[in-house]
Design a protein around this ligand. Structure first.
Ligand code: NOJ
Length: 590
């Protein structure tokens, strides 16, 4: 980009941009979750209070002050319901009770009371697609006991092979590898499992099943839960005709014909009936006051994802998680300003009218930011997701830049990884990002006083932990807290958005609102220290200088220290640095 490309954006142009689909203008009264950070806790790994090596509900309650100080207003807890733990809580054998490893219903009530007293909402993880095979419904279904006989997706074999073994009804694959069909001699039929074989899919074509799950929603809402994250939503329905094979995905180039990505999935994903179901759930939620419904329903086709929002007259989920910054940003070389801008635009441009964006950097399913993309980018990416308009979702530990733990085959617990065997488990394992939270430098990182922990603690805990970062003058944690505080300001909560500079190296955005402070966020996404002339690249008029509010911890320079005035024609940024600047008050964004 050179000087000639620089154009002035007039206020009419800004207005015109506002009128494009998507909330370019954010000034309106908003429900609590719109200006809140959603913080995800994986309960096995947050804090263990009874020394058994696994985290528990009391541990989460004990950290209420931490969450409060962090500036988190919404806590999403991964499943803590009764479970044989084949998929660590995502295989539920009683949807309306707490697994003893995590505590009791009384502990849940206490957690809720404590969080509410600090104005923190609590969102639960509901898993409607499947139950555990140890759930009473499944056991009774196996025996064809009514009314449970059709609670799951059962199918006759297609035939029998030469050795007399039953052949599954179709070629559908499990996301955890291998056939999605499991034979049960007792019934003389196969059952379908999208995930682990201990996670049989519920049959949502059976209205009783629909009622059962609605009752689960109501149970937790009546207990005071503030909303739900719905797990695996896009897989709830399969086509009715179970004789249909899914086509091979030639473009994916996957050789392992037992790998989920070997096939395309037109018959097991995003079926139209799903949306009717979500509509019913929405109605239930809306009979309570102000509840949040977040959907896990990511697909590569953004249109498929957007459908989960519904629209103004037909609201469905409040938002489907936006995993684009994870799925489309898989390694360091994917992190360029141009690419991130494209990803951000894509979400805004496809967002149904009146709907709210969200930004996710990680979860219990994805490699941590510091390991996937680089420790140098931790602060810059937190700046991006916390300061863009929309709800950011932070996975526990990302506020201190935790890294994936190195976990041996012997220590590997993730059922998906175990299905791939000792030679390939590393590519598949989700354990590294589920390692215990690093609270301090004491044994087990202060996570547990027991002799061992369910997954090993990352070796780096002695230096990388919450206590060290709270005591340090500058740290990821402190940057995060500053961002959490800043995003409460009207300029961020309700302000407009403009991108003055977008190059491969640098992404800059402005958040502004009339009569409010204006902020410029500049991210150096390159792998080099740079000196940028923002004026040279800018597509709108920028003032000569601005003052530093906060910056990435890796920048130790005097020039960029908070409170300093920096020259926007020669802005120095270290590799991966993010800088939040305040523009002079009188300055118009033109
Ligand atoms: C998606 C969850 O995020 C993942 O962790 C889990 O294994 C599957 N759904 C099955 O519930």
């Amino acid at each position: 980009m050179n000087m000639h490309h620089r154009k002035k954006i007039t206020s009419t142009q800004i207005k015109a941009r506002d009128e494009q689909p998507g909330p370019k203008h954010f000034e309106r009264e908003v429900p609590w979750w719109k200006n809140s950070i959603v913080y995800q806790v994986y309960p096995r790994s947050f804090l263990d209070t009874n020394g058994d090596g696994t985290g528990d509900l009391k541990g989460i309650t004990a950290k209420a002050d931490y969450l409060y100080d962090l500036g988190v207003k919404t806590l999403w807890i991964s499943p803590f319901f009764t479970s044989p733990m084949a998929d660590f809580g995502y295989d539920i054998s009683n949807f309306v009770d707490v697994d003893p490893i995590f505590g009791s219903l009384a502990d849940f009530d206490e957690l809720l009371k404590t969080m509410h007293s600090k104005d923190i909402k609590v969102v639960l993880d509901i898993v409607p697609n499947h139950s555990s095979d140890e759930h009473e419904w499944f056991q009774r279904s196996l025996r064809r006991e009514e009314p449970y006989a059709d609670y799951y997706v059962w199918a006759d074999p297609k035939g029998f092979n030469d050795s007399g073994n039953p052949i599954p009804p179709n070629n559908w694959l499990s996301k955890f590898r291998g056939s999605a069909w499991e034979w049960r001699e007792e019934r003389g039929q196969f059952y379908y499992h999208q995930y682990h074989r201990k996670q049989p899919d519920l049959n949502f074509r059976n209205h009783r099943v629909q009622e059962e799950i609605k009752n689960v929603f109501k149970f937790w809402l009546d207990r005071g839960a503030d909303g739900f994250r719905v797990d695996g939503l896009k897989h709830i329905f399969e086509v009715e005709d179970l004789n249909l094979d899914e086509p091979v995905d030639e473009e994916a180039g996957v050789e392992d014909n037992l790998h989920y990505n070997y096939l395309k999935h037109p018959f097991t994903m995003n079926q139209p009936e799903t949306f009717e179901l979500v509509r019913d759930w929405r109605k239930i939620m809306d009979t309570y006051q102000d509840k949040l419904l977040m959907a896990q329903a990511y697909s590569n086709d953004i249109q498929d994802v957007m459908k989960y929002y519904g629209n103004d007259t037909d609201p469905l989920a409040d938002f489907p998680f936006n995993f684009c910054l994870v799925e489309k940003v898989q390694n360091r070389s994917d992190v360029t300003g141009t690419r991130l801008k494209k990803i951000i635009d894509e979400w805004f441009d496809n967002l149904p009218k009146g709907k709210w964006p969200n930004w996710v950097l990680g979860s219990h399913d994805y490699s941590r930011v510091a390991s996937r993309l680089g420790a140098d980018l931790v602060d810059a990416l937190n700046m991006l997701t916390l300061l863009l308009p929309g709800t950011p979702v932070t996975y526990y530990g990302e506020e201190i830049g935790m890294q994936d733990a190195d976990i041996s085959w012997e220590d590997t617990k993730d059922p998906r990884a175990r299905n791939f065997g000792p030679d390939h488990y590393r590519e598949q394992s989700r354990d590294p990002r589920r390692a215990p939270m690093q609270w301090d430098a004491t044994a087990n990182a202060g996570f547990s006083r027991g002799p061992s922990t369910w997954l090993p603690v990352n070796d780096n805990y002695k230096t990388l932990n919450v206590k060290a970062q709270s005591e340090a003058r500058v740290s990821h944690l402190k940057v995060y807290m500053t961002l959490a505080r800043l995003r409460q300001e009207r300029s961020f909560a309700k302000g407009k958005l403009a991108f003055p500079v977008v190059t491969d190296e640098v992404l800059a955005f402005i958040r502004y609102l009339e009569d409010e402070p204006k902020y410029l966020v500049v991210l150096n996404l390159s792998e080099n220290d740079v000196v940028v002339d923002l004026h040279h690249h800018a597509n709108l008029k920028l003032p000569p200088d601005a003052s530093v509010i906060t910056r990435s911890v890796s920048d130790k320079s005097e020039e960029n220290s908070p409170g300093s005035k920096v020259n926007l024609s020669a802005l120095m940024l270290v590799r991966g640095e993010g800088l939040v600047l305040q523009l002079p008050f009188a300055e118009e964004i033109e």
